[in-house]
Design a protein around this ligand. Structure first.
Ligand code: SIN
Ligand code: MN
Length: 221
């Protein structure tokens, strides 16, 4: 039995609309998501380090579904990779996003019509980080649903004004759900640290961290 099962972690609301639900995904769901991410990473657009306009590259590797994210816009085609059209967001992943909102916010969100049309799959090796940023390429203010699998990390949840303080550091572990919507939708956030070797191999991952964020882009077509 894992330590988490002996000492379950409680749900935490970090701010209005920002909810952390530890251990939301079962091991079976995590394993199925890992398998799906492996398939998405094979194509039609491969997992890649995103090139930044300043000349650097992101340390995480990313593959997108529905819409391809590149700095700083969405496109149907992976214009900065191989030009291919990205894979669709499968209906089961939309449903998972809907049930995440119900778990985070309550039954009334069943009818919210949440239909994420973009998913960003990020893979972090032990050295990868993500700097403080806002998710603001979307034209919708619908919540972002974040699912974590594999190694634990520090997720830094900041403020809506800038990359600095105040911020709260949250440990996201394998299976955790984090939802940020409402007044927290445009909060700066980032991942300053991953803890290598902390994931459960039962997920099918021998190392590293996967994070999947579901978003409504608000873009047509
Ligand atoms: C992101 O901000 O897009 C990813 C956050 C995470 O990896 O937890
Ligand atoms: Mn983000």
């Amino acid at each position: 039995m894992s330590g988490d099962a002996l000492f379950p972690r409680d749900p935490v609301t970090l701010g209005p609309g920002a909810v952390h639900l530890p251990g939301w995904l079962s091991i079976e769901q995590q394993r199925a998501l890992v398998d799906a991410c492996r398939a998405w990473a094979r194509g039609p657009v491969p997992l890649r380090h995103t090139a930044l306009p300043g000349g650097g590259v992101m340390s995480v590797r990313t593959v997108c579904l529905g819409w391809h994210w590149l700095p700083y816009r969405y496109s149907r085609t992976a214009d900065d990779v191989n030009g291919a059209e990205v894979a669709a967001v499968p209906h089961w992943l939309v449903e998972l996003g809907r049930s995440a909102l119900v778990s985070a916010y309550g039954e009334q969100y069943e009818a919210s019509g949440y239909t994420p049309d973009a998913a960003l799959v990020n893979f972090y090796d032990g050295a990868a980080r993500m700097g403080m940023h806002q998710d603001k390429e979307e034209r919708s203010d619908a919540p972002v649903v974040s699912l974590s699998i594999g190694d634990s990390c520090i997720f830094r949840f900041g403020n809506a004004e800038n990359r600095g303080r105040p911020h709260t550091d949250v440990e996201l572990q394998s299976g955790d759900l984090f939802v940020f919507g409402g007044p927290s939708r445009f909060i700066y956030h980032g991942v300053p640290k991953v803890y290598p070797g902390t994931g459960d191999p039962a997920t099918g991952m021998s190392g590293g961290r996967l994070n999947i964020t579901l978003r409504e882009t608000g873009l047509a077509g």
